[in-house]
Design a protein around this ligand. Structure first.
Ligand code: HSE
Length: 430
């Protein structure tokens, strides 16, 4: 066997330590699959003295991860620090400038700086590999960039955030409200103390931006994504969804519409007989629709030390085997413009929950608003009877363009007897 491949690891948190652990404990397996041994020879993290449960003997320690990326005598740098800017970005920039390959799990960095990083890497012949950035241990990057390479992909979508999927699944299974389930998820370590990135849809949007660029070979366009999170989903909505034959999932959806790329992240009602409806708890799943292969779906663990480190090590093995794939499927000069399609052109069915005072005429006023905007009702549920109290009215709307729905909802919100802002959830047929 030839000389070992030398690797530096920037960031020794859960994923970094697990990646070093796999590379060391499975050294022979990795060497057999690479044709060369792979050795971690340099590491960098914030706290040198912290115990990480992994053997770092023989590794040079760097206090400055960016200096390590530029100076250490290595072929590959693992960037496992995270964050869209700062030291993570410096590590990737300095490693690629020095011609070193980079393996990163950093979706925020790629979503915001992917184009410039890809270009910088191309200039020196370095590779940036990012399997761990999307859906953790689920090999969706490989599936889209290699497995579906002979397809025109029309749509890629999925459950990309385990925290949200855990919260929505648990709300459905227990009938409990959002705040209570979020607090439990935080206690169990499934949600961060500051959960905003996850529950407001931002983490899903970062991953979707990367997936869309890879699937469509287009410019990465995080700012073009319509993003809504799950804070407003209530136990009532989940109950009505169940009654209508749906489950509520936070999906990231990217479609090539022919006029441009539509990218959106929001809670969706998914028919209960769709495979995505049965992806529960912290699991992730991604579906791609190719013109030759048809529909393919991958499901698995999207976060956590083992699954994410598994994806990191897979990228290392690919690079050592000689894979030199462009980050976003094609070289930067050949990326299509993203040409964002705005959300108000989305066409599909809708679920709407209104809170109204139960008096004669309220349904007539709601119907008039819908009629005036040419929005057609498919079903209406109103069971409670409480003349002085507000009651829910649940509508499902036939396939309609979103701008018409939004105009109708604005009119409905202005009706005196409608006492809370309307809640709208898009219905999808994945
Ligand atoms: N917090 C993410 C999730 C994992 O819940 O899926 C890292 O992106």
């Amino acid at each position: 066997m030839t000389a070992p491949v030398r690797i530096a690891v920037a960031g020794l948190g859960t994923v970094g330590a697990a990646a070093v652990g796999i590379l060391r404990s499975s050294r022979e397996l990795v060497a057999a699959r690479c044709g060369r041994p792979v050795d971690v020879v340099a590491v960098s993290a914030r706290d040198r003295n912290r115990s990480r449960g992994v053997d770092l003997s023989g590794c040079a320690w760097y206090d400055d991860a960016a200096a390590m990326a530029a100076e250490a005598d290595v072929e590959i740098v693992l960037e496992l620090i995270g964050g869209e800017d700062g030291i993570a970005r410096a590590v990737c920039e300095r490693a690629t400038a020095a011609g070193r390959h980079v393996v990163t799990a950093n979706k925020a960095l790629l979503a915001h700086r992917g184009r410039e990083l890809a270009l910088a890497a191309e200039e020196t012949g370095a590779v940036i590999a990012c399997e761990a950035a999307v859906a953790g241990g689920v090999p969706v990057v490989k599936a889209l960039r290699e497995g579906f390479a002979g397809n025109r992909i029309s749509r890629v979508y999925g459950i990309l955030n385990g925290t949200c999927n855990y919260i929505l699944s648990t709300m459905r299974q227990t009938g409990r409200g959002f705040d209570e389930v979020l607090a439990e998820a935080q206690r169990l370590g499934y949600a961060e103390a500051d959960p905003g990135f996850d529950i407001d849809g931002i983490d899903t949007a970062h991953k979707l931006a990367v997936l869309a660029a890879i699937a469509f070979g287009c410019e990465i366009d995080f700012s073009g994504i319509h993003v809504e999170g799950i804070r407003q989903v209530t136990a009532d909505d989940i109950g009505y969804a169940e009654e209508l034959g749906y489950r509520i999932k936070l999906l990231g959806i990217a479609s090539d519409t022919g006029d441009g790329i539509e990218q959106r992240v929001h809670p969706c009602m998914v028919p209960v007989d769709a495979p995505l409806a049965h992806v529960e708890g912290v699991f992730n799943a991604v579906v791609a629709e190719g013109d030759a292969a048809g529909i393919g779906m991958l499901e698995g663990r999207g976060a956590g030390a083992g699954p994410t480190a598994s994806a990191v090590v897979a990228d290392v093995i690919d690079i050592v085997r000689g894979a030199r794939l462009p980050l976003f499927t094609v070289p930067v000069s050949q990326l299509r413009p993203a040409r964002t399609v705005p959300i108000d052109r989305r066409t599909g069915p809708y679920y709407v929950r209104l809170t109204v005072v139960d008096r004669p005429g309220v349904i007539a006023d709601i119907s008039a608003a819908l009629r005036d905007e040419q929005v057609s009702v498919e079903s209406l549920i109103q069971r409670a009877r409480a003349p002085e109290d507000a009651v829910p009215v649940v509508l499902t709307l036939h396939e309609t363009r979103e701008d018409a729905v939004q105009r109708a909802l604005a009119r409905i919100a202005a009706i005196d007897m409608v006492v809370k802002p309307p809640c709208m959830i898009r219905m999808e047929s994945p």
